[in-house]
Design a protein. Sequence first.
Length: 114
Amino acid sequence: QVQLTESGGGLVQAGGSLKLSCAGSSSRPNFNVMRWYRQAPGKQREWLATISNGRPDYAESVKGRFTISGDLSKNSASLQMDDLKPEDTAVYYCWGLYRGYGYFGQGTQVTVSS
């Protein structure tokens, strides 16, 4: 069974930073692509960033503030979030692509206070 587990969420003041981590189950080979998404209350899930064998890619809403990194050979990805804003408050999800199927983690809550 393919599993992803996020960690690193929490409460932070506006302007602060958090680093989220995502670990895939060790029993599976590499994910081809890993991404970060978020979902705020009452809103649709939003794509934030992608890491693959090419250059990282970012949504305009987080470009310049968030940085994705990771090691696909170890099924791991991270999201460094700087200059956080109250509108960044959401549940953050890791996603991995394996054999044509996408898998989400359970999510981690990030709350940014003003």
